[in-house]
Ligand binder design. Structure first.
Ligand code: RFL
Ligand code: PHB
Length: 395
């Protein structure tokens, strides 16, 4: 039995970007939500993750009225560089896509903006909610329970949005007989370093090299984000700052490596790489969005952007339901979201195949990878395909 009872329209599990954005958009449309987050706010804001935003996500943040700082501090990038075994290609995103660009702005900052917007509207976000459980999702009035400060609370609602990331509880509520998971686990991870140094280049550089993949990214003119592919078994303690910088340098084109400014790392972490899709993305009164439903390897910069397109479809479906009594959007949600998800899965898988060293790769695989890059370098059509996927396919 619960000690306390709350009611809302949509209970949202997870206070990451998906959950906060959904909550903000619904609130602006007069629909009540309660967000339940397992961690503290500081913990959520200490996670360093995505950095590249598609224009569809930027438009959604504008609609959510949280884009002011992003427009002030974010950087618009009209190109990215792809380097491969000593050769380089700049892909002119804007020219190849009739003017579309990406915006470089950290997920941490975006999440902070969303929290501030939720605070300003007195949105309810409950942190450190333990033992979150979902009940009676197949009835018209489901409820969610959680423990906090020695008390159990029940939230009665119309719908539950599972925005609780890959390791959340929501996905496990889909019955075994209807859920179909699709997965590829890659035999390596990414070691990421954040440093208060000027970025080595104005645009992102993705580099494929015999020693493995490397990425030069940034957060601002004085904050750089770099990654190198590393074995899955590696620990952070295996990687001193010096070892990281030496490894990064060895994988970059010489002129880039020579310009690299190094400094102490202010964050260092290892992330495994995975492709994953859960079909369907909804069941009865439960709707999954973001990493709760799918994971992409970060090579295509698509994870956060896919979370945004899910939220775009889901929030509109809820508005149709509450304003016009129209359930069509909710019924079509899974199919609509999955159509876009699979295209981003394909692109992320392709970028990963193109630029990483796979331990099991044969001489044949190596030649195919080289010819993939050669084709990209020589073909306008191949560059258009990369550009239109990188800036984001339409919603
Ligand atoms: P999140 O961010 O994981 O948030 C889920 C939240 O749910 C909470 N939670 C629970 N709350 C209550 N009860 C439970 N039982 C719960 N279980 C979990 C968690 O604490 C968390 O706060 O998922 P969300 O909101 O769907 O957002 C997805 C994005 O975070 C993710 O896709 C991106 O970060 C992926 N990603 C990138 N995406 C991009 O679009 N562009 C990029 O450049 C990019 N780079 C990256 C990335 C992810 C990376 N890592 C570390 C995986 C680079 C890296 C290195
Ligand atoms: C980042 O800046 O963290 C970042 C950028 C591009 C990616 C992945 C991560 O593809």
């Amino acid at each position: 039995m619960a000690d306390k009872r709350l009611t809302t329209s949509v209970a949202i599990i997870g206070g990451g970007p998906s959950g906060l954005l959904l909550s903000q958009l619904l609130h602006l449309n007069g629909i009540e939500t309660i967000v339940l987050e397992r961690r503290s706010r500081d913990y959520v804001l200490s996670r360093i993750r995505a950095g590249v935003l598609e224009s569809g996500l930027v438009a959604l943040l504008e609609e959510a009225r949280v884009a002011e700082r992003l427009h002030r501090e974010g950087e618009k990038h009209g190109g990215v560089e792809i380097a491969y075994r000593g050769e380089s290609l700049r892909v002119a995103l804007d020219e190849l896509t009739e003017g579309d660009v990406v915006t470089v702005y950290g997920q941490t900052e975006l999440t902070r903006d969303l929290y501030e917007a939720r605070d300003a509207m007195d949105g309810v976000v409950i942190h450190e909610a333990d033992n979150v459980q979902l009940h009676e999702l197949d009835a018209t009035s489901p409820f969610v329970t959680f423990d906090r400060g020695g008390e159990t609370t029940a939230i009665h609602c119309d719908f539950v949005a599972g925005c609780d990331g890959f390791h959340g509880v929501s996905r496990s509520m889909l019955p075994a007989e209807i859920i179909r998971p699709f997965e590829r686990v890659y035999p390596f991870g990414w070691l990421g370093v954040l440093s208060e140094t000027p970025p080595v280049a104005d645009e992102l550089i993705y580099a494929g090299h015999d020693r493995g993949f490397a990425l030069c990214s940034l957060r601002s003119r004085m904050l750089s984000r770099y990654y190198v592919q590393c074995p899955l078994e590696d620990n952070i303690s295996d990687w001193s700052d010096d070892r990281f910088w030496d490894e990064l340098r060895s994988r970059l084109p010489t002129d880039v490596a020579n310009g690299l400014v190094t400094g102490p790392s202010i964050e260092k972490s290892i992330a495994p790489l995975r492709s994953f899709v859960c079909e369907p993305m909804s069941w009865k009164r439960l709707f999954l969005a973001g990493d709760a439903a799918h994971i992409v390897p970060p090579t295509g910069a698509k994870g956060l952007n896919l979370a945004a397109s899910d939220i775009h479809y889901l929030f509109r479906a809820f508005v149709d339901f509450y304003k016009d009594d129209d359930e069509g959007g909710l019924q079509a949600y899974s199919e609509k979201a999955l159509a876009r998800v699979w295209k981003a899965e394909r692109f992320s898988w392709w970028m990963t195949q193109l630029l990483h060293q796979f331990p099991e790769s044969s001489a044949f695989d190596q030649r195919i990878q080289q010819s993939e890059f050669d084709y990209l370098k020589s073909s306008h059509a191949a560059q258009v395909a990369l550009a239109e996927n990188y800036v984001g396919l339409p919603y």
